[in-house]
Design a protein around this ligand. Structure first.
Ligand SMILES: [Zn+2]
Length: 324
């Protein structure tokens, strides 16, 4: 069938995943590689092109609706350009043009928070939910805002950066250059910072024990595992992450009155305490009439980025063909 598949690519700071995706969201072929960080922007483009060729082998070009790419970057959706990227050397690089010049398919790029939100909206926990906000907690904090069943992009496409809501004007620095943003409290580096501080403060801290006695081995995953099994210090650290997320959500819920909040990303999906504590804050502090908002954990895991990027390609294809 014409346009039966789309290719979804999720470019991360650590890993790139590509999938051949059916219209209902099933990933029928997949390829994953480590992100070639030292090869510059062309190394990343080469990797993307190679993965697309691999997963489309034997598939007729007419069956491919297009390629969607989610990037860990500030993407000007209107111009389809990358403005800025903290984790990868993609700022100012015409990723779309470079990929498209080497493949026979149309290419659409977006910010990875948007593609993850699209994935959960079309195929995951937010299916059928018209108004929701996605927050992804991982190496950074990203997100996407859905209003009336459509992603809110703002005037140029940069909308939905929930990770950079100010929690405390005097708070710790944020990688974006700001201070006290949600990302300064709820991303992987913040968890490691808080855990090392706890380990240094309390002699014989359980965090150090959880890390096998080695302070340098403290990772966010060690803290999350500890919290999930009830370790007191780890519960305090991850509970604080949930509280800070909750504070940001109170403002979001007051402004947008969504039906649901979807908490995803590697951290959001592996630590139920985070969304529980955030939900409690929202229930206690949001303005009257808005407190019935559901705080849900994302369910597509790592597939959200690939499936969502494919959904982006399908949408683009269908609007070009006048299908909706
Ligand atoms: Zn920030």
């Amino acid at each position: 069938m014409r346009g039966a598949y789309a290719i979804g690519i999720d470019v991360g700071g650590t890993r790139i995943a590509a999938g051949l995706v059916e219209r209902k969201g099933r990933i029928v072929r997949e390829s994953k590689i480590l992100t070639p960080k030292t090869a510059g922007p062309f190394g990343i483009v080469d990797a993307i092109v190679g993965m697309v060729e691999e997963i489309t082998a034997g598939v007729h070009a007419a069956e491919i609706a297009g390629v969607g790419i989610g990037l860990p970057a500030q993407v000007d959706f209107t111009r389809q350009s990358v403005e800025y990227s903290t984790n990868l050397p993609l700022g100012g690089v015409d990723v779309r043009g470079l990929v498209m010049s080497r493949l026979k398919y149309p290419v659409t790029i977006d910010n990875d928070g948007h593609t993850a939100a699209l994935g959960e909206s079309r195929f995951g926990v937010a299916k059928g939910v018209k108004d929701f906000v996605m927050v992804t907690l991982g190496t950074g904090v990203g997100g996407g805002v859905f209003i009336g069943g459509r992603i809110m992009r703002g005037s140029r496409g940069f909308g939905g950066e929930v990770g950079h809501i100010v929690i405390d004007v005097d708070g710790p620095p944020c990688p974006c250059g700001g201070r006290g943003h949600l990302e300064s409290y709820a991303a992987r580096p913040a968890i490691i910072r808080d855990a090392r501080r706890a380990a240094a403060t309390y002699q014989g801290s359980s965090i150090t024990r959880l890390a096998g006695g080695d302070e340098d081995a403290i990772t966010a995953e060690v803290v999350i595992d500890g919290a999930n099994s009830g370790d007191e210090a780890a519960v305090e650290i991850m509970g604080h992450v949930g509280d800070m997320l909750g504070e940001a959500l109170v403002g979001i819920v007051n402004i947008l009155n969504p039906q649901a909040i979807v908490v995803g990303g590697g951290i959001g999906e592996s630590c139920p305490l985070v969304s529980e504590r955030a939900a409690a804050r929202v229930a206690a502090e949001a303005l009257a009439g808005r407190r019935d908002v559901k705080v849900l954990m994302a369910e597509l895991g790592n597939d959200a980025g690939v499936a969502g990027a494919a959904a982006l390609a399908f949408e683009d294809h269908d609007s070009r063909e006048g299908l909706h």
